[in-house]
Ligand binder design. Structure first.
Ligand SMILES: Nc1ncnc2c1ncn2[C@@H]1O[C@H](COP(=O)(O)OP(=O)(O)O)[C@@H](O)[C@H]1O
Ligand SMILES: [Mg+2]
Length: 269
């Protein structure tokens, strides 16, 4: 039985002359909620695409649930497809399909289940994503940004995945909606024992949810672990992101974390 959900070793990604990842290592244990942070263009989305087998790395290995993505057979990839749910940056619902049909799509594509079963499953997923059965008949054009995210989440949960990937799930949501989305993901994690990997810029989300924060910079993972581990690493991105005005405010609200102590300690005094 594999205990790691994801293992990446010696990953290189290169587009022409542009090196995006250089000898990157990363491990996600089962049951973790991992946040990947990094500047725009640091390769976060590309990394997710490589984990999902949508993009082939230039070098290195990516293993998901014990399966080497590069060497996986078509049937192994189909099995993996059944075990992960993905919410990409652009919620990407099919505009011609109702909410119901959007959520049902993965079940219809992969399994050919009886419609009665699909109906029950869709209603359950709507509820899990904080939507009501009345929303099922709506079309994407009639939904607010927050609702589109929820429908996309319901669709990501369609096949009851073990792994959930979220690319900037709260981007574009106002703070209240963003908070409720965070609560939702946290509840799902507890309830379904999911492993969650998300890319996020939202410090509140990251600090509230993560069992591991991964900082991508300089083409690799420059820091990983809990907030206190990250803050010990001296790096301009980390100082900007976690210790700018907003970051300090958020960190100050975390009672379990004595920021002054962590920072003081890192100076070796
Ligand atoms: N298919 C591609 N072809 C060429 N360059 C790409 C491709 N995909 C991503 N890139 C480049 O790789 C870098 C990382 O992109 P991305 O992973 O989207 O960053 P992030 O999600 O961290 O903002 C960017 O400079 C982007 O332009
Ligand atoms: Mg991105």
């Amino acid at each position: 039985m594999e205990t790691n959900a994801i293992e990446i070793r010696g990953l290189w990604t290169q587009f022409g002359n542009h090196i995006v990842h250089q000898d990157l290592d990363l491990t996600v244990k089962k049951g973790e909620i991992v946040s990947i942070v990094g500047g725009s263009g640091s390769g976060k989305t590309t990394l997710l695409r490589e984990i999902l087998g949508l993009q082939k790395p230039s070098r290195g290995t990516v293993k998901v649930l014990g399966i080497d993505i590069d060497k996986a057979s078509a049937s192994e990839m189909r099995r993996l497809d059944d075990r992960w749910g993905v919410l990409f940056q652009q919620g990407a619902l099919f505009s011609a399909l109702s909410v119901f049909d959007n959520i049902a799509l993965p079940m219809r594509e992969l399994h050919g289940l009886p419609e009665s079963l699909i109906t029950n499953a869709v209603l359950l997923k709507l509820q899990m994503a904080g939507l009501s059965p009345d929303d099922a008949v709506k079309m994407p054009a009639d939904l607010s940004g927050g609702m589109i995210k929820r429908v996309a989440l319901a669709r990501a949960l369609s096949l009851e995945p073990d792994l959930l990937f979220l690319d900037e799930p709260t981007a574009g949501l106002d703070p209240a909606l963003s908070d409720s989305f965070v609560d939702l993901i946290s509840g799902l994690h507890d309830e379904l024992h999911l492993t969650v990997v998300m890319v996020s810029h939202d410090l509140d989300t990251i600090l509230d949810l993560s069992t591991q924060i991964i900082v991508l910079a300089d083409k690799k993972v420059v820091a990983s672990g809990l907030p206190e581990d990250i803050l010990r690493v001296r790096h301009p991105f980390i100082e900007n992101f976690f210790l700018g005005n907003r970051g300090r405010k958020v960190l100050a609200g975390l009672s379990h974390l004595n920021v002054a102590k962590v920072l003081g300690g890192s100076n070796g005094k």
